[in-house]
Design a protein around this ligand. Structure first.
Ligand SMILES: NC(=O)c1ccc[n+]([C@@H]2O[C@H](COP(=O)([O-])OP(=O)(O)OC[C@H]3O[C@@H](n4cnc5c(N)ncnc54)[C@H](OP(=O)(O)O)[C@@H]3O)[C@@H](O)[C@H]2O)c1
Length: 357
């Protein structure tokens, strides 16, 4: 027997647990990369299809998306992704539809997630990757704690593989900017002594035990790492022992300095490319200190639901208790995506950059 369109709509709504009052459009606003390149590769489009809801997913009406350096790497083609794709790795908003197999989320829940395709109005996300917004934290602050906060968390905890202990020195570059601002505070919470570097244009968190202030590259707002003898300073501070841990998101400009600043059996965690990728180097450079080097990524440190919940839980508790100061640097409208990427790449930001959608 033929069913009427009305019955088919009711069945669809019930099956997918869609908010009855919400009208989910067929198309939406999105920032799309159709061809990798410079900031002009970010195309602001108003008629991009709203994603279909697959089994196990929730559909989220994004209110904010986070901006991360990795977005610029996918945009430029340094990291590969088949175009066209919607830019962005993290978002926050309200659930507007839930697939029938999902039991732990409801329409109306305020949520956060990390998944490619966040610079847009609607994102379909596997429920297993979605986190509920805890009470007592604003959506903006909670979102700021996702990619950068969770990265800082795994860097100062599990990625160190026990090679640094409370009371030991660590060196963290660019403590006035995003990830490393959280990392410096978390390192102190773990009991490490922190040497931070920052360019003169930024402010290091007050928790740092020692700060090395660097001049900026001419005409830029980020550090000239040759403007001070960082190795000598680190050796002075640590009685010529070097540091047990280095958190290095700068990459190309700091890799040689990092190897020289390590203590015996210290670990250099190279986690980013803000100045460009680390050039190839001989492993023999690690021999004099029997040093360790790792090049980790966040997804391997939130690989299970249990691990994601544990990390998110600890970071949110620190924020709620006032142990972690999370700075929002700038909130751009989505239509200014190109301007926001230029701002991030200029190295000016002193905290989290967000889009309001
Ligand atoms: N592996 C992972 O799991 C993971 C996760 C998150 C981020 N990352 C990576 O970590 C790096 C830093 O990310 P972030 O979120 O902390 O970025 P951010 O907040 O924008 O900070 C980057 C900082 O790097 C310094 N810098 C040095 N040379 C620079 C240059 N040539 N251009 C721009 N900045 C330069 C600047 O600080 P100063 O002014 O003090 O010099 C700048 O503020 C990125 O490469 C990112 O992709 C990796």
């Amino acid at each position: 027997m033929e069913t009427s369109p009305f019955v088919r709509i009711v069945v669809f709504v019930i099956h997918h647990k869609i908010l009855p009052m919400s009208s989910i459009p067929e198309t939406m606003t999105a920032v799309v990369v159709r061809q990798p390149g410079g900031i002009e590769a970010l195309s602001y489009e108003t008629d991009y299809p709203v994603p279909a809801l697959a089994d196990g997913q929730v559909l989220i009406r994004n209110e904010f998306a986070g901006l991360n350096f990795i977005d610029t790497y996918y945009r430029s083609g340094l990291y590969k992704q088949d175009p066209p794709f919607i830019s962005g790795q993290e978002g926050a908003g309200r659930v507007v539809a839930v697939s029938s197999s999902v039991t732990d989320f409801s329409v109306g829940d305020q949520v956060l997630y990390m998944k490619l395709g966040a610079y847009c109005e609607y994102t379909a996300v596997p429920a297993s990757d979605v986190v509920k917004l805890p009470s007592g934290i604003s959506m903006e602050k909670a979102l700021a704690c996702m990619v950068q906060g969770l990265t800082a968390h795994y860097l100062v905890t599990d990625a160190t593989v026990g090679l640094i202990q409370p009371g030991d020195w660590c060196l963290i570059y660019s403590v006035g900017s995003g990830t490393c601002q959280w990392a410096a505070q978390m390192a102190k919470l773990k009991g490490y002594k922190v040497i931070g570097t920052t360019s003169a244009t930024k402010t290091a968190p007050s928790c740092c035990d020692e700060v090395i202030v660097l001049d900026t590259v001419e005409g830029k707002t980020y550090s000239d790492f040759s403007s001070k003898d960082i190795v000598q300073k680190v050796m002075e501070i640590t009685n010529s022992q070097g540091v047990k841990l280095i958190l290095d998101g700068v990459g190309k400009s700091t890799s040689d300095i990092s190897v020289q600043c390590l203590s015996r059996r210290g670990i250099w965690i190279s986690f980013g490319n803000a100045s460009g990728p680390v050039p190839p180097f001989s492993l023999l450079k690690l021999t004099p200190k029997s040093a360790f080097c790792t090049r980790p990524k966040l997804s391997d440190y939130v690989a299970t639901r249990e691990e994601l919940d544990r990390r998110v839980g600890e970071v949110f508790e620190w924020v709620k208790d006032g142990h972690l100061d999370v700075r929002i640097d700038h909130v751009f409208p989505l239509v200014e995506a190109q301007k926001a990427h230029a701002y991030l790449e200029s190295g000016q930001s002193q905290g989290k950059i967000l889009f309001q959608i």
